[in-house]
Design a protein around this ligand. Structure first.
Ligand code: AMP
Ligand code: MG
Length: 464
């Protein structure tokens, strides 16, 4: 029986960055769902994960063998407004495990109760929000989009009060690192330049082989974000809360709140019920990611050069690379989805996006139809133009870039509602589809379908 071999290394960083997190036993921990494959990739055995010890450790009730769990400090721009003191208000970093791939991963528990950083809130999480994160993060991973992963959800047997009483739960989140842009901001606003340097070196050592120095570090974060946003958008994904505390330095998608995959395509689509101005709408995501990278660059100025004007010039030069990198990746992916390999056909993407929006097409189904050679509701002129542009390997391109299954919002909500009643079958069925999203299976055909007019979920709430 292999338990995770956990070591706490974040405690080596300056004390300003973390606070001890208290272990609070929960009433009745029960395993709601467990990710056996991910466990195997982390050298954790299935029997441990499904056993008593895991229930205690992964509900935040028992200490890991080595090291004190920590709440991480961070700041953040939330919807544009700066908050100098956020931090893990309901989470704790258990520590590091070594993956079988040789990469270090952090185990982080979300929903474990109040910490130094909780401000007025309860420190808890709902079962439905944690299962939602489990489904969508695992769907993203299966699409090969960099993301934090979900190892397990343990229900606590306790009530959590949101708009109504809900079941409490703890999610075990796995990431290359939980350091965010907001972690750097936390230090910058406190003028802790030495700590900024230490944090940067910590990140470089963990997951940026070959990177050296602050300029290369900034360039690497920018490159990863640019690629990440292009990947999101090629699958119709809207993050929903791209605050700087929700943008991770390692370039993994983090913090699955009111996010969703789009059904009917609209470039200005917003899901989050609290995003009233559409700051984080689908097509704003690259601009916002660049804005967040700019906030990181500001934190790094003292490291870039002693002369501030020189440092700003360096930062600007790197930030200038964001949009071209994003565009290159986005265009390549969108063209591949259309079966086109000639990357010069940028105008055809613009035309496609416009026509898709006009025709109110389902984003994923449209591309699946193209892959299958089915007719699509687009103008004849568009079809003719596309025929002329198709690559010789169009079929392979489309099959590799157009998933059959995404975690459709109405199916996610349906699965969560059933899970709340103790029926996990719809959730497992949905996971079956989205964990192998490019392979169509007749028995899962209904999970391909776009929502009917009555089924469509128009907003996702932050009731977390
Ligand atoms: P999020 O919206 O999940 O990105 O969280 C933003 C900030 O609010 C982070 O500092 C969280 O730790 C904190 N937070 C969110 N929900 C809770 C909660 N129920 N209890 C304590 N802190 C919370
Ligand atoms: Mg967050």
């Amino acid at each position: 029986m292999n338990a995770p071999q956990i070591s706490q290394n974040y405690s080596d960083l300056p004390p300003v960055l973390h606070a001890p997190a208290e272990l609070l036993p929960v009433a009745e921990p029960q395993l709601a769902i467990a990710n056996d494959k991910l466990a195997a990739a982390l050298g954790i055995s299935r029997d441990w994960l499904h056993g008593e010890e895991a229930l205690k450790l992964l509900s935040g009730s028992a200490p890991a063998a080595h090291g004190q769990p920590l709440a991480m400090a961070y700041a953040g721009h939330q919807f544009g407004g700066f908050n100098a003191s956020l931090g893990d208000g309901r989470a704790m970093l258990l520590g590091d495990v070594m993956g079988v791939d040789g990469q270090i991963y952090e185990l982080h528990l979300k929903g474990t109760g109040r910490t130094t950083f909780s401000r007025g809130a309860d420190g808890r999480a709902t079962l439905s929000a944690m299962l939602r994160e489990y489904i969508i993060s695992e769907a993203m991973a299966a699409l090969s989009v960099p993301t934090t992963r979900s190892l397990a959800v343990v229900s606590t047997g306790e009530r959590v009060w949101r708009q109504r009483p809900e079941q409490g739960a703890v999610l075990t989140r796995v990431a290359k690192s939980h350091v965010r842009v907001g972690t750097f901001q936390y230090l910058a606003v406190r003028s802790q330049v030495d700590a900024i340097r230490a944090l940067m070196e910590h990140e470089i050592a963990r997951h940026m082989p070959g990177v050296s120095g602050s300029r290369a570090f900034l360039a690497e974060v920018i490159a990863r974000q640019a690629k990440l946003i292009a990947q999101w958008m090629s699958f119709g994904f809207i993050h929903g809360v791209m605050n700087t505390d929700n943008m991770q330095i390692a370039g993994e998608t983090i913090d699955y709140g009111p996010c969703a995959f789009m059904d009917m395509f609209h470039p200005q689509k917003v899901f989050s019920s609290i995003d009233e101005n559409g700051r984080y709408a689908f097509d704003k995501q690259p601009v916002i990611a660049l804005w967040n990278c700019t906030r990181l660059a500001e934190c790094l100025l003292p490291l870039l050069d002693d002369d501030k004007a020189t440092a700003i010039k360096m930062a600007e030069a790197e930030l200038m690379n964001f949009m071209p990198q994003f565009e290159k990746e986005f265009e390549r992916r969108m063209l591949a989805k259309l079966g086109i390999s000639d990357v010069a056909q940028v105008e055809f993407i613009t035309q496609t996006i416009m026509e898709m929006a006009n025709s109110r097409l389902d984003f994923t189904q449209f591309f699946t139809s193209l892959t299958r050679g089915e007719d699509v509701a687009m103008p004849d002129a568009w079809k003719q133009k596309r025929n002329g542009l198709l690559a010789s390997d169009a079929q392979a391109l489309m099959a590799a870039h157009n998933p059959v299954y995404i975690a459709r919002n109405h199916r996610v909500e349906e699965a969560l509602a059933a899970a709340g009643e103790g029926n996990l079958l719809p959730l497992h069925r949905l996971l079956l589809a989205v964990q192998q999203p490019f392979i169509a299976r007749a028995e899962l055909a209904e999970l391909e379908k776009a929502p009917g007019p009555q089924e469509e979920v128009l907003q996702t709430f932050c009731g977390t």
